[in-house]
Design a protein around this ligand. Structure first.
Ligand SMILES: [Zn+2]
Length: 332
């Protein structure tokens, strides 16, 4: 809507340009000198998106996107040409995988809660590590965060707990971690028995949580661990991998964490196991259980590696499922 007083100020081609969204493409109008001088900005707008579940305000806060070559091992139990066919079916380039990273901020009315912390600070022109900048765009200072909830101990979820000089990124926050996840990664025996390729992950967990024992609260499953946020056993991806139900009044939302990795592959093919699934069979079983529930209850969900703003719905589709993004809404 354009109010009449403003409209009366606009004349000729300028008025048409303001009113018709595609007026610039009409050759009869031409381009004014001012339009011709505009340079492309070359930068993305802030990656924040707000919505509500009952009285809880949620903000999807994007940490960035990573694109990497598709390796034979990326899907443990599918052939490369099957994976490429799935990428093509999802209108993604073949031979590469793109994963997004989307921590979730919740204002529960009393507590500011962040679920997962992204890849942490990065040097140079990295495409990830955008969490703190995007929190800034959302008007949130690191010191404002009361509680950080961690879903599991992979680096893309915990590394944002530290700043680039090793300080606590959220200096006032209590840090809540799944008790079974802590028990697994902090166990010296598990570390010594781990395959060589996993040793780095154990070392990283120890780096991030060093000297934090007094700040960390270990939580069990099926407990309300923060106002309106209940922990759910979603083990398989990691031994203590956790999802959440966010509930307020009659409204509910399921935060699936890494129950699936990038949806273009694993939503239509829920039995495919991403290489990061530490117990692939159990992860696939959890995926089917969760997605059957989401489809039956028509419950809105959030997926950490889903396309920003990373929220929508799951329906059954043949032998797999289909993701339907939630509609962008300018009102909260
Ligand atoms: Zn992840």
């Amino acid at each position: 809507m354009i109010d009449t007083s403003r409209r009366s100020l606009l004349t000729g081609a300028a008025a048409l340009g303001a009113v018709l969204p595609f007026a610039g493409a009409l050759s009869t109008l031409g381009a004014s000198p001012a339009e011709a001088a505009l340079q492309p900005v070359g930068q993305q707008v802030p990656g924040v998106y707000r919505y509500k579940v009952g009285s809880i305000e949620l903000t999807a806060v994007n940490d960035g996107v990573r694109t990497f070559p598709l390796a034979e091992a990326f899907v443990k139990n599918a052939k490369l040409d099957e994976v490429n066919a799935a990428l093509e079916a999802g209108f993604m380039p073949k031979g590469q995988v793109t994963a997004q990273f989307n921590p979730l901020l919740l204002n529960t009315g009393g507590k500011l809660v962040l679920i997962d912390t992204g890849n942490g600070p990065q040097a140079g022109n990295a495409t990830v590590g955008k969490l703190s900048a995007n929190l800034g765009w959302a008007g949130v200072k690191p010191a404002d965060v009361d509680i950080v909830i961690i879903s599991h101990f992979h680096g893309d979820h915990i590394n944002g707990l530290r700043t680039d000089d090793g300080m606590l990124a959220f200096p006032n926050a209590e840090i809540l971690v799944p008790a079974p996840e802590w028990a697994f990664w902090m166990d010296e025996g598990e570390m010594s028995r781990a395959p060589e390729g996993m040793k780095g992950a154990f070392t990283n967990v120890r780096r991030v949580f060093k000297d934090l024992d007094s700040r960390v609260r270990r939580y069990e499953w099926d407990k309300e661990i923060a106002p309106g946020i209940t922990s759910v056993n979603a083990a398989g991806h990691t031994p203590g991998h956790t999802a959440y139900v966010v509930a307020s009044g009659d409204a509910k939302l399921f935060v699936q964490s890494d129950t699936t990795n990038t949806p273009v592959l694993f939503v239509p093919h829920p039995d495919w196991q991403v290489q990061y699934d530490m117990d692939g069979a159990k992860a696939a079983e959890t995926r089917r259980k969760v997605y059957d529930m989401l489809a039956a209850e028509r419950m809105q969900m959030v997926g950490y590696h889903y396309p920003f703003p990373a929220t929508g719905f799951i329906s059954k589709d043949g032998a797999g499922y289909r993701f339907v993004p939630a509609m962008w809404n300018p009102a909260i």
